[in-house]
Design a protein around this ligand. Structure first.
Ligand code: V47
Length: 358
């Protein structure tokens, strides 16, 4: 199979297989790959690029897991360990609302001592600031932990969280599904199969979620394609994923010593482009500017990407691991970034409904 043959197939709307995705990863001409990804994106999304106005709240960094790639977690009592009070959470949500946020993104460590009720109160606290704020909270990994804590099934746990204000789920915790790599990265974490099984139940419960893939560490391109294959298969069954978000590994201060200073810009663009072409059942591909840097994220808008995440504010997970991006971007900053790439900036809500074009 040649690149030209794959291109014909893709432009005719025919799904490519894993072997063809591998060939795309190995295709030496990055610009040809980007052009194809962009053609696919424009067929679907035109020249619009989404962003949202959001705020991250990482309520605690205390975690019972010790993921080797993670520079964010601390043990209870260790220097730098923290747990926000609900008042601190409320203050952040109020500030976000004043700044025009429509979404609060909540993820945290697997805290050893908090009761299930804490998480219900956390959601209730944010919703009490404004019922209009969409709370995108808890990765599939946290959901598994909370279900254990509550001694409830996953569907029952989701029902309680939904009643307390949960609006959708972020895509974290997927890392890379291949068991031999996952066991080296995060041996304590739920398996890839469990992550997928929980997401299936999330979608069955009527909640949307996102999907991530952590790359640029120990994995091979075959592992990346295998990861995307499993996402595509689940998406065929449920349609519940809103967006694919490749996360570029940030190597500083993590226990995972792989040498070098992180992924290359070429690999970032290639991964986003292959994601766009292979994941034909995902409407959106996000360049998460926090991990990629603003410049690569902007160039990614010519490589099949149609979403830049949001204003973020106070990001801790990537920054603890050496991300040298700012903590926040203003709405004006993101709009300018999209315009300068020749695209149309569109503010969206968490469920990808258009709020305002600029
Ligand atoms: O699951 C942890 C990753 C994730 C590092 O759904 C790291 O809209 C790179 O999932 N280098 C959490 N990545 C963040 C996340 C996310 C972010 C923005 C938007 C959305 C969304 C989801 O961050 C973790 C893990 O895969 N991570 N450490 C690191 N050193």
């Amino acid at each position: 199979m040649t690149f030209a043959a794959i291109k014909d197939k893709v432009l005719a709307g025919v799904r490519i297989d894993e072997e063809e995705a591998l060939l795309l990863f190995r295709h030496p001409n990055l610009l040809e790959l980007g052009e194809l990804a962009q053609a696919v994106n424009e067929q679907r999304n035109g020249r619009k690029v989404f962003f949202n106005v959001n705020r991250h709240i990482n309520h605690t960094n205390i975690c019972v897991n010790r993921c080797r790639f993670c520079a964010f977690f601390r043990r209870a009592g260790e220097e730098g360990a923290y747990l926000m009070t609900l008042d601190e959470v409320r203050a952040r949500a109020e500030e976000a609302l004043q700044q025009g946020a429509t979404e609060i993104h909540v993820v945290g460590g697997l805290h050893p001592d908090l009761p299930f009720e804490f998480y219900l109160e956390l959601l209730g606290t944010i919703k009490s600031v404004s019922p209009e704020l969409h709370v995108k909270a808890f990765t599939a990994v946290e959901i598994a932990y909370l279900a254990d804590l509550a001694k409830l099934s996953i569907p029952k746990t989701l029902e309680k969280l939904k009643d307390a204000g949960l609006g959708s789920l972020p895509g974290g915790g997927a890392e890379i599904f291949a068991p031999e790599i996952r066991n080296q990265l995060c041996p304590e974490k739920i398996s890839g199969a469990q992550w997928l099984a929980i997401m299936e139940q999330v979608h069955q419960a009527g909640l949307k979620s996102n999907a991530t893939m952590l790359y640029g560490h120990l994995e091979s391109v075959e592992d990346r394609v295998d990861h995307m294959r499993q996402l595509r298969e689940l998406q065929d069954r449920t349609g519940g994923f809103q967006v694919f978000i490749p996360l570029a590994f940030q190597p500083e201060h993590s226990q995972l010593k792989i040498g070098g200073s992180g992924t290359s810009g070429v690999d970032d663009l290639r991964t986003l482009a292959v994601g766009r072409i292979y994941l034909d059942n995902f409407a959106n591909v996000k360049a998460y500017w926090v991990m990629l840097g603003e410049k690569i994220a902007q160039v990614a808008l010519c490589f099949g990407v149609n979403d830049l995440d949001g204003t973020v504010v106070e990001e801790r997970i990537g920054h603890e691991a050496g991300a040298d991006t700012p903590q926040a971007m203003s709405r004006e900053g993101i709009v300018a970034m999209i315009r300068k790439a020749g695209r149309i900036p569109v503010e969206r809500d968490t469920l990808y409904r258009e709020l305002r074009a600029y």
